[in-house]
Design a protein around this ligand. Sequence first.
Ligand code: SF4
Length: 445
Amino acid sequence: MSLQVVRGRELKPPSRPGRTEPDARSGSKTSQESPIPRIGKAASPASGKTLLRFPVGEETRAFYRRFYPGTTTAEWNDWHWQFQARIRNLEMLEKVFVLAEDERLAASRHKGPLPVGITPYYASLMSREDASEPLRRTHVISTKEDIVLPGESIDPLDEDHDTAAPGIVHRYPDRVLFLTTGTCSTYCRYCTRARAVGNPGGEYQFSPKQWEKGLAYLEAHTEVRDVLLSGGDPLSIADDKLDWLLTRLRAMKHIEFLRIGSKIPMVLPQRITKAFVKMLKKHHPLFMSIHVTHPRELTPETTEALNRLADAGVPLGSQTVVMKGINDDISIMKPLMQGLLKRRVRPYYLYQTDPVRGSGHFRTTVDAGLKIIEGLRGFTTGYATPIFAVDAPGGGGKIQIAPDMVVGRDGDDLLLKNFEGKVYRYPDPLGTLGSDKPKPKLPAE
Ligand code: SF4
């Protein structure tokens, strides 16, 4: 592996791959080998002191006392503990949930990528009895995933086609997606990269050794000014490795800013330690796009994690997939967007669910997403109104879908509709916008 001199010091890739990366400690186990750990010993006094400062919501506290008796608050707040204790198989699911028959069947026979994976913290937000509860539906496997509908594919965005170097998807002119890991702390059942995540030793494994190939590509492609680190979840990577990667990217003068896409602040907020945000601060300008699903995720824990990131000067944006029966209603989306904004997260994208194989039960109509935007725009703060987009199957990229507010044209006037549906004139004598529309019937003035 080549070494590079950065800012006057020799930069070596981290040499202790298993020391702090949780999945490296637990990833070799098969799902059959991981009972719910009952951890009775206290965390080290030094780390415990820090960890205890992380809040624990009432509902979550009652959950862990019931299902993880003997676990201390310091242990519960240790992200490594959360990672190791993930619910990964039928036996563990049955200890926490009253499973529906289709969940039980799907969990008993699942093999390959996109395994079951739920942090105990995230499980504490889910319904124990109700299989239709939104957060539970997004993470507990179901036989509905076996139904493949027309137009679905294992790589709906054709990312493999746009892969320019291992882990580097180069689709847009000045920016790339850098797939850094195949590991996530939790596995979302609608994941666009279901083919690639959670499969140790599989085709899509990434490592610091392989990162070198991606870094070599970026060094050669000086037109790239923006790198989005994704995966898997880059925040599942240990601090020292991520620091190393960010440092290498920062050393490239043509890369103007970095972004990290992550769901971890919502599903494993304890990961956002003070040491971690201190490390991130070294790499500004560094943005973070946080994958958020439902207002139930806005807990004292996630609030603390978001505060830490925002206080470290990391501009935060959200990405939300619109899903049937989960969040495809303005009564869910409005409090979610407003709640994010209150926590200094700018709602950024609403996505139509990608047609990934077996995701039909999550997909709603594009009209539903548009209706949500219509219910937000004008009715709440503009900052709380995200962009609604369809990521075009076949690699077309994100295509924005917005309500059409242009009614037409009347002579020199452009006719525009406001958020309440009222029509207004704008003097635009030299313009042509709206002239292709049939002349609207206007109320007598
Ligand atoms: S966290 Fe992201 S990459 Fe991981 S399973 Fe969920 S959607 Fe996929």
